[in-house]
Design a protein around this ligand. Sequence first.
Ligand code: ACO
Length: 166
Amino acid sequence: DLISSEVQAALPKGHTIRPLSSKDYEKGFLQLLTVLTVVGDISKAQFLERFHYLKAHNHEYFTLVIVSPEDRIIGAGTIFIERKFIRNTGLVGHIEDIVVDEKQQGKKLGLRIIQALKYIGMKTGCYKVILDCDEKNVPFYQKCGFTRKGCEMAWYTADDSPKAKL
Ligand code: ACO
């Protein structure tokens, strides 16, 4: 019930929007993410370890994928929900890792992913949903109903590929 039926209905014929599945390793999920950034050589075991962590926390991590009629993953995006003290112990949705297959861009699939993630933010009671993006993607997010607010800051640790300790 957290998947917007309106978004599903607006997708091109034969396409589906659904949560990430453990079988998506074979359906091109990680290859799709390389359109966004460096992914690395992730084994099936590594994928499943991360997948099961996210699934165990599926009250706060929501990764959606768009599946083509050929059963390939052609779009993806995540919202995770942060629990704050401020705003009367409010919730904030963070949108991350939005990506559409290069051959499928310009068909409103990115818009549909964002609409579906905003719906989750609304249904879970977030008081706002935020994201960071490159300047070149600002017009896309404006079309998705976002406005500029503040600016993005980043600090990268000196280590190129630090070992995850969490
Ligand atoms: N500049 C201007 N307008 C744009 C741009 C752009 N770069 N990209 C999309 N739009 C417009 C479209 O023209 C369309 O407008 P319309 O409704 O007037 O026709 C509207 O935005 C919706 O576009 P979509 O077709 O839904 O966009 P698409 O499916 O191509 O997805 C996306 C956009 C996700 C940015 C895609 O190009 C992509 O995967 N890029 C590479 C990865 C990337 O940069 N991801 C975003 C990272 S930021 C983050 O993850 C928080």
